[in-house]
Design a protein around this ligand. Structure first.
Ligand code: ADP
Ligand code: MG
Length: 345
């Protein structure tokens, strides 16, 4: 028997996916894009492409039912999947849901979960068309597969960014992470003293960012209306820094983004400061905002200028230049996957 043992932690999530998919080859000509983007892209004839993605949420890893009601969990599970179709510039149309449920959940609890799922399906105009149900020995696992559609020549990949393109983010960042910090803090206080009521006042926006994220199907519609075809795109599930690195690595480019340009809501900043965190660090490294990060040609700038949903935060550079975050003092800090390090000039 092979005596070698490599810990998964040595590779990390992305390293593990790369390692396992190293020898995967696609053989069907209909497979336009396999592993490596927000969704797989399948040629379905005419000018159309089918987009398929799947995401799993595991109790205790991705959610904690102590503070996330099942209805919200259902909504969020659909949102995060629809978001991956948006990230390809497509429209989500169907989902399949697989559940592994422990018998500690009564039927009523699962009805609540489905209330959230149904609400999201109705908001996103997505049909629930199947799934699978099984028992689990520990907790709840939800896996959703989403199917979407786009014109083949309108699909946007992570790999299309060009030098001088502008880097754009939608909405604001860091809110979902700060919402989670608030929920974790109140849970801890409640555990220590169940008589103390949770203090969630003034945090409604960031709690909603954490508990009920919205996939930006509105932005995909705006981009079509404005006649803007992004050159590259990804959704922000793991924090701005990590997603920007995916775009830059897959496009073989570098970037400069500017601290002062990063959109951060006042509630996020106030909470971050309260927790002695830098708001920009929360935007760069906090996850689950499910906003879109994309690049556009400079010539398209006038089309999105002044749009309240989109902010230009920097530009793409030549690959040799590296990936940099320019702080408010003008110092260039090299972006790292998990956090960032000071650039020694
Ligand atoms: P996202 O954050 O957009 O959901 P992931 O980081 O989960 O994307 O996945 C990146 C890519 O790796 C995707 O193309 C996904 O389909 C693929 N992938 C993830 N896990 C596996 C796996 N176990 N086997 C094969 N492909 C995988
Ligand atoms: Mg994604």
């Amino acid at each position: 028997m092979d005596s070698e043992r490599t810990e998964i932690s040595e590779l990390g999530e992305f390293g593990l996916i790369n390692h396992l998919s190293k020898h995967v080859k696609t053989t069907n000509s209909s497979t336009l894009k396999g592993i490596g983007d927000d969704a797989a892209v399948i040629d379905i004839g005419n000018d159309e492409a089918q987009l398929i993605s799947t995401d799993m949420l595991v109790e205790g890893v991705h959610f904690d039912l102590a503070y996330l009601p099942l209805k919200y969990l259902g909504y969020k599970a659909v949102s995060v999947n629809v978001s991956d179709i948006c990230a390809m510039n497509g429209i989500a149309e169907q989902i399949l849901i697989s559940l592994a449920v422990s018998n500690r959940f009564p039927v009523e609890a699962l009805e609540e979960l489905y209330e959230g799922i149904n609400l999201a399906c109705s908001n996103y105009k997505v049909d629930l068309v199947g799934g699978d149900t099984t028992s689990s020995l520990s907790g709840l696992v939800i896996n959703i597969t989403v199917i979407g559609r786009a014109k083949k020549n309108e699909v946007v990949y992570r790999s299309g960014a060009q030098t001088h393109d502008l880097i754009v983010v939608t909405g604001d960042l860091g809110g979902a992470y700060m919402g989670l910090q608030i929920l974790e803090r109140e849970k801890k206080i409640f555990k220590e003293n169940p008589n103390i009521q949770p203090d969630l006042d003034g945090h409604d926006y960031i709690l909603q960012r954490q508990m009920k994220p919205e996939a930006r199907i509105d932005v995909i519609k705006f981009l079509k209306e404005l006649n803007v075809q992004p050159t590259s795109m990804i959704d922000i599930s793991d924090g701005l820094a990590s997603e920007l690195m995916h775009i830059c690595t897959q496009s073989s480019k570098g970037c400069h983004i500017y601290d002062e340009k990063i959109p951060i809501d006042a509630q996020t900043s106030i909470a971050a400061i309260d927790f002695e965190l830098d708001p920009s660090t929360c935007a760069l490294n906090g996850g689950e905002d499910y906003e879109l990060l994309f690049t556009i040609r400079q010539g398209d700038y006038d089309k999105i200028k002044g749009n309240p949903h989109m902010t230009v935060i920097g530009h793409i550079t030549d690959s040799l230049d590296g990936m940099y975050f320019i702080d408010k003092q003008g110092s260039a800090i090299e972006l790292k996957a998990q956090g960032w390090q000071h650039f020694k000039s």
